[in-house]
Write a protein that binds this ligand. Structure first.
Ligand code: NAD
Ligand code: AHE
Ligand code: ZN
Length: 369
């Protein structure tokens, strides 16, 4: 069949709208129609050429909301008409990672996913007979897509797909980093670096966890109003201070915060986020994605004296198990999603979504097909 898609032909170049050939689902696979997709900073990161796993030409996108159109042989739990959110972190419930109970990082298809391929080592997209690669196993910048059954979370049919697509990455990641990874407890103090879709969601996660003080940090003060609406108690622009931001936060909090979250992807800020944590127990979670060749550093003494450095992918969320409940929480008013959608536009305008992100003017743009 044919599918309209935005194709990344080369790093650093705008996406091009093409009509691609799409092969149907094989065993254990499902054909979906994306109704909408968000644009996450990680899409821009990979398009920039900084992603060591970036492969071109590819169909990017990983924040989809979709309807099941067809199922391949052997598909057990998904049926035609189901509403689904594609999972870049699948959940097979059988691999040693899934059964460990210690991580959400299912590895069942991770190797082929990182090569832009389906689990059988082929690509379902092509243009004029030449392969177009998948991305993060999701490729939601295509109207139609084929995904393994283990990479789809079935969600309520009454939830609007053009909103809950954002639970496919940014919002779930921010909330999950706070709730699942850090396990922030009531009364804790929290600092969040970066007020994009992910950082603002870490703020709402901190509110859900009943944190007592929530410090929002960004160099773009245009983000602070929404940060306060989400529940930030303090806003700080590092550029307003002559001393390093970690010292500013330590002074503000009488010794440092209990938890910090780096939601930018800047290795210097990751260090600051660790070092603004309280001696003896403060924990810092790296959420931001840094480019090829970049490394983090700090004095080991920071860890010797009790600070903890962690990381979080997809907020530690087990997609099949937890996303349906998060969709219900959204429907019940417990999780904010609509507030993140600053722009909506058709697929044809998708490059504008990247421009708005780089200009710091959007939180999330939702693309509709
Ligand atoms: P975004 O572009 O919407 O937001 C980034 C924010 O960081 C902006 O508000 C920007 O002003 C701010 N910022 C930039 N430089 C800063 C600095 N020096 N100090 C303070 N603030 C600064 O991005 P997003 O979609 O929210 O994603 C944030 C990061 O999280 C990206 O690196 C993305 O790749 C990553 N990410 C990781 C996961 C995961 O599972 N770990 C999931 C989604 C996104
Ligand atoms: N491919 C990159 C790393 C990119 C990355 O860290 N991805 C996050 C999700 S970002 C979503 O917006 C993730 O889940 N990582 C875990 C995984 O298995 O990919 C690189 O550096 O190679
Ligand atoms: Zn993302």
């Amino acid at each position: 069949m044919k599918t309209r898609a935005a194709v990344a032909f080369e790093a650093g170049k705008p996406l091009q709208i093409e009509t691609l050939d799409l092969e149907g689902p094989k065993a254990g696979e499902v054909l979906i129609r994306n109704v909408a997709t968000g644009v996450c900073h990680t899409d821009a990161f990979t398009l920039s050429g900084e992603d060591p796993e970036g492969i071109f030409p590819a169909v990017l996108g990983h924040e989809g909301g979709a309807i099941v159109e067809e199922v391949g042989p052997g598909v057990r739990d998904i049926k035609v008409g189901d509403h689904v959110i594609p999972l870049y972190t699948p959940e097979c419930r059988e691999c040693s990672f899934c059964t460990s109970g210690k991580t959400n990082l299912c590895q069942a298809i991770r190797a082929t996913q990182g090569q832009g391929l389906m689990p059988d080592g082929t690509t379902r997209f092509s243009l004029n007979g030449k392969p177009i690669y998948h991305y993060m196993g999701t490729s939601t910048f295509s109207e139609y897509g084929v995904l393994p059954e283990i990479a789809l979370a079935q969600v309520s049919i009454s939830a609007p797909l053009e909103k809950i697509c954002l639970l496919g990455c940014g919002i779930t990641t921010g909330i999950g980093a706070v709730i699942n990874t850090a396990k922030v407890e009531p009364g804790a103090t929290v600092a969040v670096f970066g007020m994009g879709g992910v950082g603002l969601s870490a703020i709402q996660g901190a509110v859900m966890a009943k944190a007592s003080r929530i410090i929002a940090i960004d160099i773009n003060e245009g983000k602070f109003e929404l940060a306060r609406q989400m529940g930030a108690t303090d806003t700080v622009n590092p550029n307003d201070h002559s001393n390093p931001i970690q010292e500013v936060i330590v002074e503000m909090t009488n010794g440092g915060v209990d938890y910090s979250f780096e939601c930018v992807g800047n290795v210097n800020l990751m260090r600051a986020a660790l070092e603004c944590c309280h001696k003896g127990w403060g924990e810092s979670v790296i959420v931001g994605v840094a480019g090829a060749g970049q490394e983090i550093s700090t004095r080991p003494f920071q860890l010797v004296t009790g600070r903890v450095w962690r990381g979080s992918a997809f907020g530690g969320t087990r997609g099949k198990t937890q996303l349906p409940g998060m969709v219900e929480q959204y429907m019940g008013g417990e999780i904010k999603v609509d507030e993140f959608i600053t722009h909506t536009m058709p697929l044809e305008d998708i490059n504008k979504a990247f421009d708005l992100m780089h200009e710091g003017k959007s939180i999330r743009t939702v693309i509709h097909f």
